[in-house]
Design a protein around this ligand. Structure first.
Ligand code: GLA
Length: 744
C-alpha cells in the first residue's frame, strides 16, 4: 500500500519511489496540506511542516496555511477551491473531517473521463469525507497515487446531505499550496493554426491565470500548466505539472500572496458557472492530474505521456499501431465525385498508405460550408453507391475507409434545423450568432444526444468504416438551454460537455473497432478529456512544416506522440503559403500519427517515389515514432527560433531517431552539434541519416559511436561550406541510431 495513515499525528502519506504527498487533519478538523514533492521517508511525521490549526486570518497573525480544499468566506482570503451557497444565501462552509477510506485501485468518475488502472495494484486511492454540519454539504476528496508514476490524480465529489438546496459557485478539481513563489508559470497558448505555443513567465504578486469561456478547452489555452523553477531546464530541475481531464470551460490559476506563498487551483471555470444541488444529489468535478519532476521538464512530459497513452486513452486502438492515412480535405475540399476519391485512394494505396479518410462534404447537400450539418445521410449526387459502395471499393484497393463527422453542429440550411430549430443553442428572443454558417446543438439535452447517437449509429453501421474524425468547428455563443429553468442556466456549459462525453461513450462502445480522432478546427479541443475516447487528435489545421515545429513541440509538453495527428500537405502551404521541401514536411510529420493531406494524383513521379520512401520509412519505424519516449532537445521558442531538435527513443534505449530542423540556412556554418539524450551510454550505435543523400553531413555522422560519445559530444548538424551554400532554407535531417549487437 502506498498510502499510510497515522491516527496519532492525523497524517496521510501518499508515497511511491518518486513522490510524496502529505496531508494532515488539523486539530480542528480542517484538512491541511503539508507537502507535495520528491519522495520523503515513510514512517515519519511531517507535522512540523504545517501549523496545527486553521482559524482563518486570526491564525498566526494571518500567515497563510496550506489547505487541501479551502472554501470561501471563512478567513482564507486567497482564491478558494470551493464556493457554495446554502439556501439562506450565505456563503460560508466549515468543512471538517468525518472519515476516510484507503482503497487499492482507482474508481471511475460518474459521467466523466478519467485515468484508470487495469490492475488493482497499479494505484491506491485515498478518499477523505468532509462535512459542513450546518448546511449538510458533504465533500469527498479523492487522491489516487500511481505506483510507477510521479502522479497524483485528484477529484472531488460534492453531496447535498441536507434538507435544502445548495448552489455550487466554484468547485475546483485541485488546489495546491506551495511554500514559495520562485516559479515560472508555463502554459500553452495560441489561436487557430498556431495552437499550444509555449509561454513562460515568472510568477508575480497577485493572481495570474489561463482559462476558457468558449464551451471548449479552446485553441487559445490548454487545460495544462507547469510551474518550473527559473533554472529548470528540459533535463534538470524541479517542475510541477497540472492537467485537467476536461474539454469545456476551465480555469488554471496561480495566486501569489504577500508572504510569497503560491496557491494553484485548477478546475471548471467558476465564471458563469453555478449548479443547483438538490437534497440527496451529487456533483462530480473533473479529474485533475498533478505530476512532479525533480529532473526537468522532459521527465514531467514523460510522465504525462505514459499516463495518458496507457491509462487515459482506452479501447482497442490504445495499443494498436495507428494506420498511415490520406485525408481528402486539402486535396479535394468539397470538390469530389466518387470517381475522384477512388483515383486519389488508388494513388495513395500504391504509395503504401493504409487508410483513406473522406473528410467534409459527403452528406446532405454540402457543396460548401454553408449547409447540411445535421443531415447525416449520404449525398448520392457525389456517392451514387452510398458509403457502403465507397467502402467496398476502397476495401477492394486494400485500404480502409475513414469518415469525417461534426455531430455537435447544425447548419441553418439543413433539414434538421427546419425540423428542430429549438435544438440549436440560443436565447429565446435574441438572434443567434453564426460561426462558419452554423449553430451548435444543445447537447445538454438528452433527446439531442439520443438523436445523434441514433443517426450516427446508422451511418457507422451502414458501411465498413474503421475510422472517424469527429470535428467541432465553432465555439458556443448565446449559451442557454431551453431544457433548463432560468435560475439553472449556470449549469449549461458543463451539461453540454457531459452530453459530448455521453455521446462519445455511447458511440465508442457501440463501435469498439472504430479508431476515433478528435478535431476542433484543428486543435481547438485537444485535451485529456477527449483523449480518453479518441486516442489521437488533429493537432492543428496548420500543416506547414515550420509552424508545426512550434505546435508539436508545445503539444508534447503534455500529450504523447500517439495522440498527435501530423500530415504532409502540398506546397505552397494552404495556411501560410510557404514552400518547404517534401522531405522536411515528412521529417516533421513523422513525429506523431503520420499521414498525408493532399491530392496524390497531382504528385510528380519524383515526388511519388519520395512519398513511397517516406511511407516505407514511417512503417519501418512506426512503433518508435508513435510510442517511443519523446525528448525535446533544441527549442523553436529558444534563441532566435531558427533551430529545433527532438528525438524519440525506444523503451530499452536500443533505437532512437533524432530530428534536426533549421528554418533559415546559415552561410559558412561551422562545426555545430546537437546532443541526444536518453541513450544507453554503455551501448554503441550505428548512425544513419534520412533522407540518405550521400552528402558531407552523412559522411561525418555515419559511424558507429558509443552512447556516451553521442550524448556527451553530439551529432554533427552542419554540412561543409560548399554544400551548405546549396541546400537552401527549411532543411531537416533525421539521424537514426541503432544499437549494434552486444558482443559475446
Ligand atoms: C475543420 C478541420 C479540418 C477539416 C475541415 C472540414 O476545419 O479542422 O481538418 O476537417 O473542418 O470542414
Amino acid at each position: 500500500m502506498s498510502i499510510s495513515w497515522s491516527a496519532e499525528s492525523g497524517e496521510f502519506h501518499l508515497r511511491n519511489d518518486a513522490i510524496s504527498y502529505v496531508i494532515r487533519i488539523l486539530e480542528n478538523g480542517c484538512v491541511g496540506q503539508l507537502y507535495f514533492g520528491a519522495a520523503l521517508a515513510s514512517g515519519r511525521s511531517y507535522r512540523h511542516l504545517g501549523p496545527g490549526e486553521f482559524h482563518g486570518f486570526s491564525n498566526r497573525l494571518g500567515e497563510p496555511v496550506a489547505l487541501e480544499y479551502p472554501s470561501r468566506g471563512a478567513g482564507d482570503f486567497r482564491v478558494p477551491a470551493l464556493a457554495v451557497e446554502p439556501a439562506d444565501g450565505s456563503t460560508v462552509l466549515e468543512l471538517a473531517y468525518v472519515s476516510h477510506r484507503i482503497l487499492s485501485g482507482k474508481s471511475p468518475i460518474p459521467g466523466l473521463p478519467a485515468t484508470y488502472v487495469e490492475r488493482g495494484d497499479e494505484a491506491d486511492t485515498l478518499e477523505i469525507e468532509l462535512r459542513d454540519q450546518i448546511s449538510g454539504a458533504e465533500v469527498r476528496l479523492s487522491y489516487s497515487i500511481f505506483h510507477a508514476l510521479p502522479v497524483i490524480a485528484r477529484h472531488v465529489l460534492i453531496r447535498n446531505a441536507g434538507t435544502l438546496p445548495l448552489t455550487l459557485r466554484c468547485v475546483m478539481s485541485a488546489c495546491l499550496d506551495l511554500p514559495d513563489a520562485e516559479w515560472h508559470f508555463v502554459h500553452l497558448s495560441g489561436t487557430w493554426a498556431r495552437e499550444r505555443h509555449v509561454t513562460s513567465r515568472p510568477l508575480a504578486f497577485g493572481r495570474q491565470s489561463i482559462s476558457s469561456q468558449r464551451g471548449a478547452s479552446s485553441h487559445q489555452h490548454n487545460p495544462f500548466m507547469v510551474l518550473r523553477r527559473p533554472w529548470t531546464t528540459e533535463a534538470d530541475g524541479e517542475a510541477y505539472g497540472f492537467s485537467l481531464v476536461y474539454s469545456g470551460n476551465f480555469l488554471a490559476e496561480v495566486e501569489v500572496d504577500p508572504f510569497d506563498t503560491t496557491r494553484v487551483r485548477l478546475g471548471i471555470d467558476p465564471e458563469g458557472f453555478s449548479w443547483r444541488l438538490n437534497p440527496g444529489s451529487e456533483f462530480a468535478a473533473p479529474e485533475a492530474v498533478l505530476a512532479y519532476s525533480s529532473s526537468g521538464l522532459g521527465s514531467l512530459s514523460d510522465t504525462f505521456h505514459r499516463l495518458y497513452r496507457e491509462r487515459l486513452a482506452k479501447g482497442v486502438w490504445r495499443d494498436r499501431p495507428r494506420p498511415i492515412l490520406l485525408n481528402s480535405w486539402e486535396g479535394a475540399y468539397f470538390d469530389f465525385t466518387e470517381e475522384r476519391l477512388l483515383r486519389m485512394a488508388a494513388a495513395a494505396r500504391e504509395l503504401g498508405i493504409e487508410l483513406f479518410v473522406l473528410d467534409d462534404g459527403w452528406f446532405g447537400e454540402r457543396d460548401d460550408d454553408t449547409s447540411s450539418l445535421g443531415d447525416w445521410h449520404v449525398d448520392r449526387r457525389k456517392l451514387p453507391d452510398g458509403l457502403d459502395g465507397l467502402g467496398r471499393k476502397i476495401g477492394d484497393l486494400g485500404m480502409r475507409l475513414g469518415l469525417w463527422i461534426e455531430p455537435e453542429m447544425v447548419s441553418r440550411r439543413s433539414r434538421l434545423f427546419v425540423e428542430h430549430p429549438e435544438w440549436a443553442i440560443g436565447i429565446p428572443g435574441r438572434p443567434r450568432t453564426e460561426g462558419r454558417s452554423q449553430y451548435v446543438l444543445d447537447l445538454s439535452r438528452v433527446e439531442v444526444v439520443d438523436h445523434l447517437f441514433a443517426v450516427l449509429s446508422e451511418v457507422l453501421g451502414s458501411a465498413q468504416i474503421s475510422y472517424v474524425k469527429w470535428d467541432m468547428n465553432r465555439n458556443i455563443t448565446e449559451p442557454y438551454s431551453l431544457a433548463l429553468p432560468p435560475d439553472r442556466q449556470g449549469e449549461f456549459f458543463h451539461r453540454y460537455i457531459l452530453g459530448v462525453y455521453d455521446l462519445h461513450e455511447r458511440l465508442t462502445r457501440a463501435f469498439p473497432e472504430v479508431l476515433f480522432e478528435s478535431c476542433a478546427s484543428g486543435g481547438g479541443r485537444f485535451d485529456p478529456g477527449l483523449l480518453a475516447f479518441a486516442p489521437q487528435g488533429w493537432t492543428s489545421d496548420d500543416t506547414d512544416a515550420v509552424e508545426r515545429l512550434k505546435i508539436q513541440w508545445g503539444t508534447s509538453f503534455c500529450y504523447p506522440l500517439s495522440s498527435m495527428g501530423a500530415h504532409v500537405s502540398a506546397v505552397p502551404n494552404h495556411q501560410v503559403g510557404r514552400v518547404t521541401p517534401l522531405a522536411t514536411r515528412a521529417a516533421v510529420a513523422f513525429f506523431g500519427v503520420f499521414g498525408y493531406e493532399l491530392d496524390p494524383t497531382a504528385l510528380s513521379p519524383d515526388e511519388r517515389s519520395e512519398v513511397a520512401d517516406q511511407v516505407a520509412f514511417y512503417t519501418r519505424h512506426r512503433d518508435l515514432l508513435q510510442r517511443g519516449r519523446f525528448i525535446r532537445l533544441l527549442s523553436p521558442f529558444g534563441g532566435n527560433g531558427n533551430e529545433t531538435a527532438w528525438m524519440t527513443v525506444a523503451e530499452d534505449g536500443r533505437q532512437a531517431i533524432v530530428g534536426y530542423y533549421r528554418v533559415l540556412n546559415r552561410p559558412d556554418p561551422g562545426p555545430h552539434r546537437v546532443k541526444p539524450r536518453g541513450l544507453d551510454p554503455a551501448l554503441t550505435y550505428r548512425v544513419t541519416l534520412w533522407p540518405p543523400i550521400g552528402d558531407s553531413l552523412e559522411r561525418t555522422n555515419a559511424l558507429v559511436r558509443g552512447g556516451d560519445d553521442l550524448m556527451s559530444a553530439g551529432l554533427f548538424i552542419d554540412s561543409d561550406r560548399q554544400e551548405s551554400a546549396r541546400i537552401g532554407d527549411f532543411q531537416a535531417r533525421l539521424f537514426v541510431l541503432d544499437a549494434t549487437p552486444r558482443q559475446g
